[in-house]
Design a binder for this molecule. Structure first.
Ligand SMILES: [Ca+2]
Ligand SMILES: [Ca+2]
Length: 189
């Protein structure tokens, strides 16, 4: 790693373009934004604070514990910072990725004990965040509550990842409610 981690090789660009469907030009722009706007200390990676700053618009309302868990999902090589590949992967997941991929990541964030199930405490934490976020983004509290009651209710003592994903992936309503929609007006963020 080190100095090279804010630069992408041509095979990196190719594999990112494949996975994310970003064009090579978009990837070049993201790489430039990463260097000039987000990696403030020029370390070649975003530390936790830089990550929070970079995604503050979408993730306002998330607690530090939830953000840490999300950060760890994106930090594929577990070195405590997001290099440019991990950053582009994170941005893709929070915006343009298929709903299923977003939900799998969210499940991992809330499955605190990595048991493969959301137990009641974890489900409560997830519902709280989703509710706060959806209301902050302008949804009416009653609508949000009734939607969450019809999807993430507490009738089961625990919820598997497969249930979580299938329950919430029927349409894009959920990811829209919590702000993880593809960017508007052709913006990448
Ligand atoms: Ca990393
Ligand atoms: Ca669990």
């Amino acid at each position: 790693m080190g100095a090279g981690s804010s630069t992408l090789s041509s095979s990196d660009v190719k594999s990112l373009a494949n996975k994310t469907k970003y064009t090579k030009e978009e990837i070049a722009r993201l790489q430039n934004d990463f260097k000039t706007s987000f990696d403030k200390d020029n370390s070649g990676g975003l530390n936790f604070d830089e990550f929070k700053q970079a995604f503050r618009t979408r993730l306002d309302g998330w607690s530090d514990a939830e953000l840490t868990s999300l950060f760890n999902c994106f930090d594929a090589d577990k070195n405590g910072k997001l290099d440019v590949r991990e950053f582009i992967g994170a941005l893709y997941l929070l915006t343009a990725a298929p709903i299923k991929e977003k939900l799998e990541c969210l499940f991992d964030v809330f499955d605190n004990d990595k048991s493969g199930f959301l137990d009641i405490d974890e489900l409560v934490a997830a519902r709280n965040l989703f509710s706060i976020t959806a209301i902050r983004l302008g949804s009416g509290p009653e609508i949000v509550e009734s939607y969450l009651e019809s999807t993430l209710n507490f009738s089961n003592t625990r919820m598997s990842k497969a249930d979580f994903v299938s329950t919430l992936s029927g349409n894009d309503k959920f990811v829209r409610l919590i702000g993880l929609y593809p960017s508007l007006c052709g913006l990448l963020y």
